[in-house]
Design a protein around this ligand. Structure first.
Ligand code: LLP
Length: 425
C-alpha cells in the first residue's frame, strides 16, 4: 500500500521509503507491493474456498505482469496460472510452477506451443476454434493429463474500452454461441480427448457484477444443452478475468472478494436452474491482482511551460514502459514521492521521453509545482505496463522490485545498453 511516512512525510510502499528505493535502484523503477498482491490473491481465493468449497481455482492471468518472481508468488499462494504463449509458459515452468495448475490460452497457438504445453502436462488448454480442436486431437494421443476446454464467444459487451472488449460477436476470439456453432462443436467427439468444458472472457476493467453473472448463466446453459444433446456432462467452466481496479478517484471497484462471491452465486444459481452439477470453476483475474500494487517512479527532466496552452513535465520514461495512454487513452493518478501531500496547484501534462507527440502518461493533471530532479510516481501501474513495455527509441527496460515489510527485492534487473544490442548481428 502507498502511505505517507510519519517520520519524514515521504511516500512509502510496502513499508519502504520511495525516495530511498529510487536512489538505490534508479529510475524509472517499477515498485510492486508484494503484500498487496498477496492480499488481492487471498481475496479471490478465500471466496472460492469458503463459498464454493474449493471446487475451483483462481488462475492469475500472467499476461498482466509475468516475471519469475510473480509466478513464485502465485505458486506460494496456491493458485493457478493463465498463460497465453510459450514464453509465459516457460517463465512459469522455470520456477517449477505445477503444470497441472496452468491453463494455456491463445487464439493462434503455434503447433510448437501446443506440443510444449501438452508435453509439460498443463492442466488445461483452451482451444479457440474448431480447427484448433482438430490439431489438438492429432497431438493428444496417449495424453490423459491435459483437459481441453473450448473458448466461447458469449456475445456480451461489457462496459469498457472498445479495444479491450473480447466477448462480442465481432471478435477474433472463440466460437460463437449465438450462431449455434458452440453447441455443434461441443457435441462433436474426438479420438484423443473429450471436451471437458467451456471458457469465456467478457472484457477487462469491468466494475459491474451483472456481465459476469450473465456470462455464467449463458455458459452453464450451454453445458446443459450439451448434456441434453449428447448425454455428456461438461465438468469445467472458466469465466476468464476482467474485474476492474482503481486508476483514478472515479473508478470504484467492488472488493474482489465480493465480486467473486457474486460470480460464485451466479454459477450455483444457473447450475440449479438448468439441472446440472456444480462445475469446477476457474476465474482468471490479472489486472486486479497486480494493477494497484504497482507504482512507477520516474525522475522529472525538462519542464516546458507554453503560455496559455499547456505545461509539459517530461519524465525519464513514458510510452516505452507504459503504452496505455497512447493505446487506450488510459487515465492515471500521480504524486510526488518526496512531497506526497503537497498542495496540487497547477495543471500539467506528464509526458515521456520518446520521439512521439502522443507519448503522454497523464494529460492535464493537477500537481504540486515540480522541477527538474524531482521524483514523480504514477500509481496503479502494476498491470499491463511492464508486460507491454517496449524498447522504442532503444530505451532499456526499467528494473522491477518487490517490496514487503520494508524490504526490497530486485526481481527484474534494469536493462543495459549491452542488453539492447544482444541479439543484433
Ligand atoms: N483471461 C483471458 C482469456 C484474457 O484474455 C484476459 C485479458 C484475462 C483473463 C485477464 O483479464 P483482466 O483480469 O486482467 O482484466 N492490455 C489491456 C488489457 C487486455 C486484456 C486482455 N485479456 C490493458 O492494458 O488494459
Amino acid at each position: 500500500m502507498t502511505q505517507v511516512s510519519e517520520t519524514n512525510g515521504v511516500l512509502t510502499i510496502g513499508g519502504a521509503e520511495v525516495p530511498a528505493l529510487a536512489k538505490e535502484f534508479g529510475t524509472p523503477l517499477f515498485i510492486m507491493d508484494r503484500g498487496q498482491i498477496e492480499e488481492n490473491i487471498r481475496a479471490y481465493k478465500s471466496a472460492m474456498d469458503s463459498a464454493y468449497d474449493g471446487h475451483g481455482l483462481v488462475h492469475y492471468a500472467s499476461k498482466a505482469f509475468c516475471t519469475k518472481e510473480m509466478c513464485r508468488i502465485a505458486k506460494e499462494e496456491g493458485i493457478g496460472l493463465d498463460v497465453v504463449s510459450g514464453g509465459e509458459l516457460y517463465t512459469a515452468l522455470s520456477v517449477s510452477f505445477p503444470p497441472e495448475h496452468i491453463c494455456f490460452h491463445g487464439n493462434n497457438k503455434s503447433m510448437e506451443e501446443m506440443q510444449y504445453a501438452i508435453s509439460a502436462g498443463v492442466g488445461h488448454i483452451v482451444a479457440d476454434s474448431e480447427e484448433e480442436l482438430d490439431i489438438l486431437d492429432s497431438l493428444m494421443e496417449g495424453n490423459t493429463k491435459t483437459r481441453i476446454l473450448l473458448r466461447i464467444k458469449p456475445g456480451i459487451e461489457a462496459h469498457t474500452h472498445d479495444f479491450i472488449q473480447t466477448g462480442q460477436e465481432d471478435s477474433k476470439f472463440g466460437v460463437s454461441l449465438k450462431s449455434g456453432d458452440a453447441l455443434r462443436v461441443l457435441s462433436k467427439t474426438y479420438q484423443n480427448f473429450e471436451i471437458k468444458g467451456v471458457h469465456c472472457h467478457i472484457g477487462s476493467q469491468i466494475f459491474e457484477d451483472e456481465p459476469f453473472m450473465v456470462a455464467a448463466d449463458l455458459m452453464i446453459k450451454l453445458m446443459a444443452d450439451v448434456y441434453e444433446k449428447t448425454g455428456r456432462y461438461m465438468e469445467d467452466v472458466n469465466l476468464g478475468g476482467g474485474f476492474g481496479i482503481r486508476y483514478t478517484e472515479t473508478d470504484l471497484p467492488r472488493p474482489y472478494h465480493d465480486a467473486m462471491l457474486a460470480t460464485i452465486s451466479a454459477v450455483k444459481k444457473a447450475s440449479e436452474k438448468y439441472g446440472v452439477p456444480y462445475p469446477f470453476l476457474i476465474v482468471e483475474p490479472g489486472r486486479s491482482i497486480v494493477g494497484e500494487a504497482g507504482t512507477t517512479v520516474y525522475t522529472v527532466g525538462t519542464v516546458k511551460d507554453i503560455p496559455g496552452i499547456r505545461k509539459y513535465v517530461s519524465v525519464d520514461g513514458g510510452m516505452a514502459d507504459n503504452p496505455r495512454f497512447i493505446m487506450y487513452d488510459a487515465e492515471y493518478n500521480a504524486l510526488l514521492p518526496e512531497r506526497p501531500e503537497a498542495a496540487r496547484e497547477e495543471k500539467v501534462t506528464i509526458c515521456g521521453r520518446c520521439c512521439e507527440s502522443g507519448d503522454i502518461l497523464i494529460r492535464d493533471i493537477l500537481m504540486p509545482k515540480v522541477q527538474r530532479g524531482d521524483l514523480l510516481a504514477v500509481l496503479s501501474t502494476g498491470a499491463y505496463n511492464y508486460s507491454m513495455a517496449s524498447h522504442y527509441n532503444r530505451l532499456p527496460k526499467p528494473a522491477v522490485i518487490m517490496v514487503k515489510d520494508g524490504e526490497a527485492k530486485l526481481c527484474v534487473r534494469r536493462e543495459t545498453y549491452e542488453d539492447l544490442v544482444r541479439f543484433d548481428l
